[in-house]
Ligand binder design. Sequence first.
Ligand code: CUA
Length: 323
Amino acid sequence: MGVLALAGCSQGGLEPAGEEAGRIFTLTWTLTLVGGIVSAVVLVLLVWGALRKPKGKAEDARAEHVEDGRLEKRLVIGGGIVLPAIILLGFFGFNLTEIKAQPQSGEFTLEVVGHQYWWEVLYRDLEGVEPFETANQIHVPVGTEVKTVLRSADVIHSFWVPQLFGKMDNMPGHTNQFTFIAEEPGVYPGYCAEFCGLQHAWMKFEIVVMEPDDFDQWVAQQAAPAPDPQTVLEQRGQEVFMQNACVGCHAIRGVADQAELGPDLTHLASRNDLGAGVIELTEASLAAWTVNAQAIKPGVNMPPQELSEQDLDAVVAYLMSLE
Ligand code: CUA
């Protein structure tokens, strides 16, 4: 079983791609294997004891019992107290060293705020750029200690990327933090691991692990304010955005900086998905989402928008220009 599961892991989405996930992987398998061996020994002894026939008559058996009393006591103390104590203390020590190996600082800080039902992602202390914000798609450089600070805007969520690190809760009114290092460039899916409401299952996100140069390029692009509208339609779209409810919830840096309720849309078109992974971002899906997000993701906090067809076309064209 263990071997089969291991084989499955090395092909599937559980192969660790970061130090923290690697430690969890080692701990899990060590505990499972040692626990499995102990269970197997206990089971064999149990079956052996149940099937063992007493020698001779009942009297002989009683006599043997008395004679062997010392051995049985030793078995109980040795197998029931000493051996478990050694194994458990060994595990305890192993756990402690693994926990101690956890990096504590970080070369920069990633702030992740859980919302019903999406992730707000803030980069506030990167050198040489203004603080900026994005949503659901997190980029980090490979081989770098990333200090991750978790908060929540509403209820408890839990931030989890199985291939990079274990679960940690986003708590309202409280800050949790940990540090991780991603060791392999790639895209790693993440999930909310704490039931938080109707769309808990659609709080997906991803961590894109990049080579340092690519990351710097991404940062420069994300930290820049929103690009100006290039066509009449996009210009009209920006007006629609400013004159309707959109601007009350969504910020577009350089255009409308204030709103904090919904995801920052400054570089919306650079992201792959809408609604925390619920649908791929295309002009059509963005239009459908804008008109009635409830139809795509029931229970989401974005109310339906009543826009004329022209205004909808314009605002979609504008938002899709925000690379
Ligand atoms: Cu957020 Cu479950």
